[in-house]
Design a protein around this ligand. Structure first.
Ligand SMILES: Nc1ncnc2c1ncn2[C@@H]1O[C@H](COP(=O)(O)OP(=O)(O)OP(=O)(O)O)[C@@H](O)[C@H]1O
Ligand SMILES: [Mg+2]
Length: 327
């Protein structure tokens, strides 16, 4: 059914209709409902862009201690990198200092943050083998003055094997992220983007962090393999890092046109309760286009639902962190 607003605005786009149906999906945070006068899709988008581009309207609390968050799921293509770079950019745009560590040889996070990652560039590989410090490897992102990234080059592809014979092989990243090393960069948040495996790189990320953020794609088989991931987290907790815990689950690539997306959402919420962010990331072309331009969706299309949803998700993470600390 085509809809027209009372002021004769054109049909609502398919994406927006889907958003309205989805209800809980973020990015449709409009002041005026679609059926009310003066609502147009363009006005809606402009309102969202204003919210994203004017951080002074939204204060995010700085955490009382530095939060190190590993973004992990051994399933490929579930939105780990997209979540890492967009959450990091959202927090950075809102005044918090953020360090992203690209721990995937594919180097996708480095690309999205506009950071050089050709072979030979100082990277996380040299950090892991102890040649350089984290601040020597950190490069300024084009996405925000508050955002730096330790890039991953293709050299990291051999690191899993090289690490096997090294001393304290599971704690190389933790040692590199010592409070003294991080004090040089002073980040409020550190996000570690993991590769799609449970190998030594992901174990290093889990040993170095306090929190795990698990992105779950709203698709068939979404929960497959999650048991194995949780068991690995428990093993790391028991033997290597007692302070590690799953703090956040984020549902990604939600498509309101499918019943399946709702089924997965309900199942994940039943299983993980309050750990699941209220914000759900919608499937959006803008989100997938942004890395091709060396950007996050927050700068590529700040008025898009994708940008708004990542802004909402990052606010939830920041506010939850603040609550946890005041307890
Ligand atoms: N909300 C979204 N809407 C549309 N496309 C998305 C969305 N989130 C991610 N994508 C696309 O899905 C693909 C996989 O996303 P991403 O690279 O973030 O996943 P990943 O878990 O990091 O993958 P890998 O396991 O390979 O590291 C990418 O092409 C990305 O652009
Ligand atoms: Mg990735």
């Amino acid at each position: 059914m085509s809809r027209k607003s009372q002021n004769g605005a054109p049909d609502v786009s398919r994406e927006t209709t889907q958003d309205a149906q989805a209800g809980q999906v973020s990015g449709g945070a409009r002041k005026v409902a679609p059926d009310e006068p003066f609502w147009t899709p363009i006005a809606d988008e402009a309102a969202r862009a204003t919210k994203v581009l004017h951080p002074e309207n939204m204060q995010l609390p700085a955490p009382s201690h530095r939060r190190i968050i590993t973004v992990a799921n051994q399933k490929g293509g579930v939105g780990k990198t997209t979540t890492t770079v967009n959450m990091a950019a959202a927090l950075a745009i809102h005044g918090l200092k953020v360090l992203v560590i690209d721990l995937d040889p594919q180097g996708n996070a480095s690309t999205a943050l506009g950071v050089e990652h050709r072979s030979g560039t100082p990277s996380v590989y040299e950090v892991l083998i102890g040649e350089i410090s984290i601040s020597e490897a950190a490069a300024q992102s084009t996405q925000s003055d508050n955002l730096v990234c330790v890039p991953a080059t293709i050299d990291l592809a051999g690191a899993e094997i090289e690490l096997v014979s090294m001393a304290s092989r599971e704690a190389r990243l933790k040692e590199a992220l010592s409070p003294e090393s991080l004090d040089q960069l002073q980040p409020d948040y550190v996000f570690i983007d993991c590769p799609p495996s449970l190998g030594l790189l992901t174990v290093n990320a889990m040993v170095a962090a306090q929190e795990v953020l698990i992105p779950i794609q709203c698709e068939y088989y979404a929960l497959e393999g999650l048991g194995q991931l949780l068991r690995n987290i428990e093993l790391v907790q028991a033997h290597l890092n007692p302070s590690l815990h799953v703090s956040t689950i984020l549902l990604t690539m939600y498509d309101g046109r499918t019943k399946l997306a709702d089924q997965v959402t309900n199942e994940v919420r039943q299983h993980f309760g309050d750990h699941v962010l209220k914000t759900v990331i919608p499937r959006s072309v803008k989100v997938s286009e942004a890395p091709g331009f060396g950007q996050t969706v927050l700068t590529y299309d700040p008025g898009s639902r994708g940008a708004m949803s990542y802004l909402d998700a990052s606010r939830e993470v920041a506010l939850r962190g603040a609550k946890m600390e005041t307890r």
